[in-house]
Write a new protein. Structure first.
Length: 362
């Protein structure tokens, strides 16, 4: 039995190539990356990470180093469910989501990477396998882009291999959102998969009005129309808005997804593996969605999520996010004719350039 020997946590502030904006998070010029490297008693290593924007990622480091690492150090590296359970209860009183669950996520991802490496399997196969080719969309973070820049970005996305695109909505005047979506739809054509993301901008009533105004443009989904806390409001939007609804990037526990799904308040559950509790919880959300005959999508960290969706029979489009680590990866995720393919390398297969990251140490 290999036991957990060391847990190393590092934090970085990574600049974005383009300053990004949405309706609630303001200007985003960088993201805060926290990595975890776990080494077992045989010398094998697994790596996980989480991230934040404008929200104090150093708290993740404190949670991991002072609270989670002591829970798992010296224990069976393969007992991931038990380790997850014990980490959860260690920070439960002050956690139950938020920063605590993001910290657990990074550790959990590292543990699964380590386990798959020891098994000599890529994670998507270790999770049972379904299809390594996963449909992927480009997640634009472009609320303040002038329309011409928005359309130019859409052209670039297609040149990069994407065959589905998401744009931001949630401007101060709904008419402007409608006009921008109309221009995108005209530019892309009637059958091109197009999503829109409001980033929780509206009340439920405002979201219903917006959804009805956008219903004629054939959106695959309208994402995060209101705050994640308003489950009843989401159910009304699904019922009355005439557009499928995606939500979940701000749901941080399995139980929050259970409430949203059983209330009929979401069409496309959308967990983020870096904040929902890691791969352990993401897989349970995917199974919960499948049990309710719902497709599963994702938020962010596409280089990790591709393994999870490659193992999920109810998967749909995976987001390729603007907060990308491509500049620091030995083999960034390739998109070919609308699909990403899960790596065949053991574990998640990510190799970070630690020397290049060092200049951005927080």
């Amino acid at each position: 039995m290999a036991t957990i020997a060391t847990i190393r946590t590092d934090a970085y502030r990574v600049p974005l190539a383009t300053v990004l904006t949405d309706s609630t998070h303001g200007t985003m010029a960088e993201f805060e990356l926290v990595t975890v490297r776990i080494t077992d008693s045989d010398g094998a290593e697994g790596m996980g990470y989480t991230y934040a924007v404008n929200s104090g990622a150093p708290a993740f480091v404190v949670l991991i180093d002072q609270y989670l690492a002591p829970v798992i150090r010296g224990r069976d590296a393969g007992g991931i469910e038990r380790l997850w359970h014990d980490m959860w209860w260690k920070v439960h009183y002050s956690g139950r989501g938020g920063h605590a669950t993001s910290a657990i996520s990074a550790v959990d991802i590292a543990l699964w990477d380590l386990a798959a490496k020891r098994a000599g399997l890529p994670l998507w196969q270790m999770f049972g396998g379904f299809d390594p080719r996963v449909p992927v969309y480009a997640g634009g973070i472009d609320l303040e882009f002038p329309v011409e820049k928005l359309l130019e970005q859409a052209d670039r996305f297609q040149e990069e291999g994407f065959r589905a695109i998401k744009m931001k909505v949630g401007r101060a005047v709904l008419r402007e959102d409608v006009e921008r979506v109309a221009r995108m739809r005209e530019h892309l054509g009637d059958d091109f998969p197009l999503m829109a993301d409001a980033n929780m901008k509206w009340s439920a009533d405002e979201a219903i009005r917006a959804a009805r105004a956008l219903a004629g443009f054939g959106l695959v989904w309208l994402e995060e129309p209101t705050i994640p806390d308003d489950v009843a409001g989401h159910a009304r939007i699904v019922r009355d808005g005439a557009v499928p609804i995606a939500t979940g990037e701000n749901l941080h526990t399995l139980y929050e997804f259970q409430q949203m799904i059983t209330a009929g308040a979401v069409t496309y559950p959308e967990p983020d593996v870096s904040n929902c509790g890691g791969m352990t919880v993401f897989r349970k959300v995917a199974a919960l969605a499948e049990a309710h005959n719902l497709p599963i999508t994702s938020h962010g960290v596409h280089d990790l999520t591709v393994h999870l969706l490659a193992a999920a029979p109810n998967r749909t489009y995976m987001e390729s996010h603007g907060f990308s680590l491509d500049a620091f990866l030995a083999e960034p995720m390739a998109v070919v004719d609308g699909y990403a393919t899960a790596p065949q390398r053991p574990g998640h297969g990510l190799e970070l350039d630690w020397d290049a990251l060092e200049r951005y140490r927080a």
